[in-house]
Design a protein. Sequence first.
Length: 384
Amino acid sequence: MKKIQMVDLGGQYQEIKEQVNASIAQILETSSFINGPEVHSFQKDLETYLGVKHVIPCANGTDALQIAMMGLNLAPGDEVITADFTFAATVEVIALLQLTPVLVDVDLDTFNISIDAIEKAITPKTKAIVPVHLFGQCSDMDAIMSLAKEHNLFVIEDNAQAIGAKYRSKTGKKAMAGTIGHIGATSFFPSKNLGAYGDGGAIFTNDDDLAHTLRGIVNHGMYERYHHDVVGVNSRLDSIQAAVLRAKLPKLDSYCNARRAAARKYNMAFADRTNIIVPKTVNGCEGICDVCDCHVFHQYTLRITNGKRDALVTYLNEHGIPCGVYYPIPLHKQKAYVDERYQEEDFPHTNQLVKEVISLPMHTELDDEQLNYITSRVIEFVNG
């Protein structure tokens, strides 16, 4: 059996090696390292793939979120609602811009932001909602956009983990994750479903005026060299990363399908097992989703309900199976974001999930032998 990895980027590289190497060699020959042809071509390719009018590449996913908020002209003290159960980048940029983060609980089944919690958190100071499409599945965007319209709020989709996913609205219409709100932001960190070989990110919008503002912000506020029209930052996707992403983009759907196939095998092995709850897919689906395109499984995350999650982590590592706990500490308990406004009774689901979740290996190169070994070890420990 091949060595099991949490993410097998090396194996994935072999399939695109010739194209990637040739593109990088061309960049080295032309020295078009910044804003070169590969960046512009990737931008256009991604706009076509997503069906969105504007893609603005940038240096990383955290910058994408920050630039999105800068583009909306939010003022210090404005409240921005986001999920408590996610990576810190989402709340980090809110704090950096001197906005007021408002952390709320998530749904126990999907791990995504709770609509009821959002509604309760809205005040006259609320200006934006940042739903995080966690682990590869969209938040309830119908409900979020309805709340945003009712209260005149901006919606910034944190799509770092769900690029390639499709959201099916209640009307049956489908849209790509990240293209439904006023702005979408994504990361091309190497382990993402569409990952570079270094850092990278992008911002999406269908708003022409907003896109113009964002393009200035990513380039020191310049639209014309040495003319700084807005306060900006230096955040550019370099040509080498764009070349890697351009080679991978035509394969993104097949990458997502491979992840779904692995998730189906996990689901079948763990179905109806005591103390194990498999991921639930709910966007337009009933129960566990086997075939639809609404979940791209950036992570495959179980809930272990017998209090032995941490012991399972140790056991799997001892048996050569990497795993992850995303996330072990809720944001409202992180030292940087502690706030007297938060009460523990407001976060029952988050506080439960941080004790139960465990993510198993999930990538495009998993084979049946590896999956059988992983699932048998999990079942052996949890129900042994």
